[in-house]
Design a protein around this ligand. Structure first.
Ligand SMILES: Cc1cc2nc3c(=O)[nH]c(=O)nc-3n(C[C@H](O)[C@H](O)[C@H](O)COP(=O)(O)OP(=O)(O)OC[C@H]3O[C@@H](n4cnc5c(N)ncnc54)[C@H](O)[C@@H]3O)c2cc1C
Length: 336
């Protein structure tokens, strides 16, 4: 699921605005009409029988309608400003300042694992993502826009050292990935919002199939590390795909991590490697190891997570559901 908190925030603001505006306009109009009616009842005489006689005022009610309209418009604009102000304060309160303390880069420098220290503890569940934006002035002409980045570490690491990591892949000049990979320096500050997302492990099965390509490895690495830390699994099969070996973060996934547990199987495919295939890597795409991974798990009681390029996610998901007969609910995924 792709979830942008900008969309949520705008939708939320619109609903609030509509409600407040509607109620407010009604209230002001009601009050205005009462005032005009009051003026209209210029004199009230008790007659002999005790009933009241109403004498219309001058000018009549219709002359006041424009005045009320204008008043309602001015007050509505005030109301909108107030709501916007509260919204900005609310957004500011949701932000946590973080600073970059360390980075690891792939040999080609296009993929980075970033380590952020947070001032306050950020609560999250492994598999979720946060929104990041540079901590530079709002009017800065080259400020890249806020973007979603999955968390690549565990809550335990956050509790132990107030740090969280993400893995960022450079996608083009001028955007947030360019800023994070090429410009952000150690001790630079960022604003973090979140956590968000539903691609989390509910613990329904003890067997896991984790399939990712490119930066899609980030949330699955978080889920994987949590399982390794808690030993709360029976078997894990991990499939990972990249284009070239120069894209891989060596210290992260493919050397040490691959031998962390005897109950895990890992396969790393390099789809476009031209030179001799490095030891332990396979040619082609991750889908080619799907059958081997399912055979290794020896059961259909599996929690499956897919993350990364939309084409890979769609292809593997349809094979799992339509050809291998897994329930839709067993396959959690995120595309980006
Ligand atoms: C829930 C969620 C979690 C995410 N987690 C991560 C993460 O952990 N690591 C990570 O690196 N990214 C992640 N992303 C993607 C990230 O939010 C940005 O979209 C990405 O970094 C590009 O942002 P940008 O501002 O640099 O580029 P944009 O200004 O958005 O786009 C610049 C150019 O790059 C292309 N582009 C954008 N995204 C990609 C992509 N993923 N692959 C190839 N081309 C692309 C665009 O089509 C455009 O041509 C996640 C996205 C979502 C929705």
């Amino acid at each position: 699921m792709i979830c942008d908190d900008n969309i949520l925030a705008v939708a939320f603001c619109r609903v609030r605005l509509a409600l407040t505006h509607g109620l407010y306009t009604k209230a002001v109009t009601w009050w205005g009409v009462r005032v005009v009616e009051g003026a209209r009842l210029e004199r009230v005489y008790p007659d002999m029988s005790g009933s009241r006689v109403r004498i219309p005022s001058s000018p009549p009610l219709t002359d006041k309608v424009d005045e009320i309209d204008e008043m309602v418009q001015v007050e509505t604009i005030h109301c909108i400003y107030l709501i916007y102000l509260f919204y900005l304060i609310h957004l500011k309160a949701m932000q946590t300042p973080v600073e970059l303390v360390r980075r690891h880069s792939s040999p080609d420098g296009q993929t980075c694992q970033l380590f952020f220290r947070t001032e306050e503890r950020v609560d999250f569940v492994e598999g979720q993502f946060v929104m990041l934006e540079p901590n530079i002035i709002y009017s800065h002409p080259h400020k890249p826009p806020k973007r979603a980045y999955s968390i690549g570490s565990t809550m335990q690491q956050m509790i132990n050292s107030n740090t969280l990591t993400t893995i960022v892949k450079y996608t083009g000049p001028g955007g947030m990935s360019d800023y994070l990979v090429n410009q952000l320096k150690e001790w630079d500050k960022m604003n973090l919002m979140g956590s968000y997302g539903h691609m989390v492990d509910k613990g329904v099965s003890k067997n896991y199939l984790l399939i990712s390509v490119g930066s899609g490895i980030t949330p699955l690495y978080s889920i994987y590390q949590k399982l390794i830390q808690t030993h709360d699994y029976n078997r894990i099969a991990r499939l990972y795909g990249e284009k070239f070996s120069k894209n891989l973060l060596p210290n992260l996934t493919h050397e040490r991590a691959f031998n962390e547990s005897p109950h895990c199987r890992h396969r790393c495919h390099l789809s476009r490697e031209q030179d001799e295939m490095p030891a332990g890597r396979l040619p082609g795409r991750v889908g080619e190891s799907l059958d081997a991974a399912l055979e290794y798990l020896e059961t259909t009681d599996i929690s499956i997570f897919l993350c990364g390029h939309p084409d890979m996610v769609d292809e593997i998901r349809s094979i799992l559901i339509e050809e291998k007969w897994f329930e839709k609910g067993q396959v959690k995924f995120e595309k980006y």
